[in-house]
Design a protein around this ligand. Structure first.
Ligand SMILES: [Fe+2]
Length: 241
């Protein structure tokens, strides 16, 4: 059973995650030992804080691939990004500044601000991404306060064709944001989840790069077919060419 992590900050010195090669190496070792065989490197593209270009991320990815080779690890890392959507960043969509999974131009991981600015129009941003030919994968919808207050947004976005990616820590109730934990279980109960990922920033808990525990949890509560869907099959589809 080879699991795929579609949301992980495995690259170093490009965002708020790992700052050293040794830390990324530790993350890779934890993930490989846990049964993860593929990681999508979804570092932040979030101007003005993280102004990463595709080339910056590709170079950081090459450095991590060299680490994997040098340490003979049985794991692969592919290109991706966690693309931040707000009224100041959406110009990147027209400038080819966002990065899709594998740079394949199909699925694209997107995130929003914790608190919604009055200028922000999340649903219209998702529609613009769809109109460009991408399928948005919404990162951790359970973590946004304004989504808690407007639950129907999740159904609306899924009906538009977006996928919902929930964090492992929310499902396992390891997150410090209690509301996110409660909301994640509600999404699972209502069958509004498409995949589960680590959103790991470091090798240590709570957001370790592990998925086997959440695979077990989903298997026990919703059946193994669901666990496989969330952690193997749908992730495989998301990163495929
Ligand atoms: Fe993230």
């Amino acid at each position: 059973m080879y699991m795929i992590d579609v949301h992980c900050h495995i690259l170093y010195r490009v965002d708020d995650a790992s700052q050293r090669s040794t830390e990324s190496l530790d993350m890779l070792k934890v993930a490989a030992a846990d049964g993860i065989r593929t990681i999508a490197a979804t570092s932040h593209i979030k101007p003005p804080m993280y102004e990463n270009t595709k080339q910056d991320l590709q170079e950081a990815l090459d450095r991590v691939r060299a680490l994997i080779q040098a340490n003979h690890l049985d794991i692969e890392v592919i290109l991706g990004a966690e693309n931040f959507l707000n009224h100041k960043s959406m110009h990147l969509l027209d400038e080819d500044g966002f990065v899709s999974y594998g740079d394949h131009g199909k699925y694209m991981l997107v995130e929003f601000a914790w608190t919604k600015n009055i200028y922000d129009k999340p649903t219209s941003y998702l529609q613009r991404i769809i109109d460009k030919g991408f399928i948005p994968v919404v990162a951790h919808p359970e973590r946004y306060q304004w989504v808690h207050e407007d639950y129907e947004l999740v159904r609306l976005w899924r009906n538009m064709g977006c996928l919902m990616q929930v964090n492992r820590t929310s499902v396992l109730q390891l997150d410090k944001m209690e509301k996110a934990n409660i909301f994640a279980l509600r999404l699972l109960e209502d069958d509004l989840v498409d995949c589960i990922a680590t959103d790991s920033h470091a090798p240590y808990p709570p957001r370790s790069p592990k998925l086997s525990d959440v695979y077990k949890y989903i298997s026990e509560h919703y059946g193994e077919a669901k666990a496989k869907h969330y952690l193997v099959d749908m992730p495989a589809k998301i990163i495929a060419k």
